[in-house]
Design a protein around this ligand. Structure first.
Ligand SMILES: Nc1ncnc2c1ncn2[C@@H]1O[C@H](COP(=O)(O)OP(=O)(O)OP(=O)(O)O)[C@@H](O)[C@H]1O
Ligand SMILES: [Mg+2]
Length: 265
């Protein structure tokens, strides 16, 4: 098959992702309605909105995770560095998911050791030249996820022996181990206590220096604390997108104002 390497999506230097006229259906249900969004490099973009408004569906579209859902149909384009992931060289979805990693709501480590959880991706993609190199990748990834000091003496322990917050940082380390460019997080703190939540928030602020972060959160305070840009979703549409300060301080739309002020949720 001939593979197109570029398409016509425009791209500015500070921009990493451009979603254009995205429509997603589950059978007859129109879950995402003509959504367009530009996502900046080295920024944290928060997706907020009431339950069922399409945040997770939108997020999963960014690394084609919706492909796993049988009756899910996607139209429109998602450009990453100007390349439409639905049409082009990224037909290799394994490589796409390597560069656009995802962390889920509930920590979901593999039933393996701490070391093996992080080594899994690099092994799969044959990224290491030797055992020593793999050890180095594992160490670096755990360091980036602020978990190394807590686990360096127990790398062979089961991942499930870690606390919930540690397991979530392990999942982040596992994502970072394959050297992604974009990290998607779907309510990464909702299963965590306040101290673990704070650790993840500090980590996200650190990670944005090297990665582009897109995060779904139902926690308004969290969006305010750590995101640069916020997109407000309602009934499958992006109602409003802008600087987080503006969305929370002086939004243009009445329904955004009602949601961020806690009138409904
Ligand atoms: N696998 C699926 N099959 C069919 N419909 C789905 C599926 N996943 C989501 N939907 C529907 O698509 C719409 C958007 O769901 P989505 O999970 O994206 O919302 P959300 O904003 O993430 O909600 P929440 O805040 O509750 O996680 C909802 O109406 C939901 O019922
Ligand atoms: Mg969701």
């Amino acid at each position: 098959m001939e593979i197109e390497t570029r398409n016509t999506l425009t791209l500015t230097k500070s921009q990493k992702i451009e979603v254009r006229n995205l429509n997603i259906w589950y059978g007859d249900a129109h879950a995402i309605k003509d959504a367009s969004l530009k996502i900046r490099k080295n920024n944290v973009t928060a997706l907020i909105g009431p339950s069922g408004c399409g945040k997770s569906t939108f997020l999963r579209a960014l690394n084609r995770m919706n492909d796993f859902i049988d009756d899910c149909v996607t139209k429109g384009s998602v450009g990453i560095d100007g390349t439409d992931i639905y049409r082009t060289q990224y037909t290799n979805v394994n490589n796409l998911r390597k560069s656009v990693g995802m962390v889920f709501q509930k920590p979901n480590p593999f039933p393996k050791s701490i070391y093996e959880n992080v080594a899994y991706g690099p092994q799969l993609h044959r990224m290491h030249e030797s055992k020593a190199h793999l050890d180095e990748i594992v160490k670096n990834s755990l360091q980036k996820a602020n978990l190394w000091d807590e686990v360096k003496n127990r790398l062979t322990s089961e991942a499930f022996s870690l606390s919930g917050g540690q397991q979530q940082r392990l999942c982040i380390a596992r994502t970072l181990a394959v050297d992604p460019q974009v990290v998607l997080l779907d309510e990464p703190c909702s299963a965590l206590d306040p101290i673990s939540t704070n650790a993840i928030e500090q980590l996200i602020l650190e990670l944005k220096k090297s990665y582009t972060i897109v995060m779904v959160t139902y926690n308004m305070q969290q969006a305010k604390r750590i995101s640069d840009t916020t997109a407000y979703f309602h009934l499958g549409e992006i109602v409003e997108v802008g600087a987080t300060k503006k969305i929370f301080g002086n939004p243009n739309h009445r329904s955004t104002r009602a949601y961020v002020s806690g009138e409904f949720g």
